[in-house]
Design a protein around this ligand. Sequence first.
Ligand code: KG4
Ligand code: ZN
Length: 333
Amino acid sequence: MKANILAIESSCDDTSAAVIQDGNVLSNVTANQKVHEAYGGVVPELASRKHQINIIPVVDAALKKANIEASELNAVAFTKGPGLLGSLLVGVGFAKSFALGLGLPMIEVNHMHAHVLAHFAEDPKPAFPFLCLTVSGGHTQIVLVKDYLDLTVLGNSIDDAAGEAFDKTGKIIGLPYPAGPHIDKLAKEGEVKFSFSEPKVDGLDFSFSGLKTSILYFLQKQVKEDPTFIDKELANICASVQQSIITILMNKLKKASEMYGITEIAIAGGVSANSGLRTALAKTAQELGWNHYIPRFEYCTDNAAMIGVASYYKYLAEIFCNQSVKAEARMAF
Ligand code: KG4
Ligand code: ZN
């Protein structure tokens, strides 16, 4: 018999549902929330309200697209955390009621594990052990992946995440939220003209708050001398900021590869959609003989397919949770 899993993701501002059959993605439907754009960041209260509106239509659409009836499901998977508590509660509450109503087992999934395991949604798949740089709006991690259920964080951001560095810098220069994709686009039209110092952080940990501050001070100084500086230099500022973030990420990834002697290298999370980072990874991979893996855009940003794929390996290992499970905003890895 085939294993059909309905997966739910609602950790931040995307409401997503997917149907996974024997580890393969049959459908992956995501409703994005535009409501936050006007605020320059995700407003938690508005996000949970939108999830409530979107969750049933999104689940219906995922089941229809997969051509699977609710009665054909074998399990319900959901994001337990980390994320915004109000957002997570909508997904967890929905998954509990749905599973209870249909008498299905439930599988809790760690959102950051899922970003890594998104690599198993389709070919080519990395071979174990591999290193994954997970870069999103909330996290920056280097993860050692020895098996589907054996993941260890080797390095973390001690302050802002890489995505936040893009978004916060974007806000300073007047770009809409989330600024990452806008900086990516503008960077292509500019050149790396300005440099910002790389933070000194021990081991495989990251820091991005110093970079944000040095960009802010640099721009304040320039604007004082020429109020039109940001407008005139926008593309060059974007290219320079993007390059600084990429340099920080790539240097730590190279260090991790050297330390662990691993040349199977993957990137995951929303920031892995960045074209500059993708190019830098491909170039380094060629220079250093790495096999590198970058998920398709659909599987980089938040999506339920990655939750479903991650849950499939727990399903095989018969790791289920019960109805007393609760959402966790700060969930240990
Ligand atoms: O993984 P994700 O969708 O959500 C979280 O779990 O946080 O990541 C969202 C982050 C945002 O900070 C967004 O600006 C960034 O990913 N992002 C990008 C690009 N596309 C999305 N950053 C740089 N370049 C991009 N093309
Ligand atoms: Zn994410």
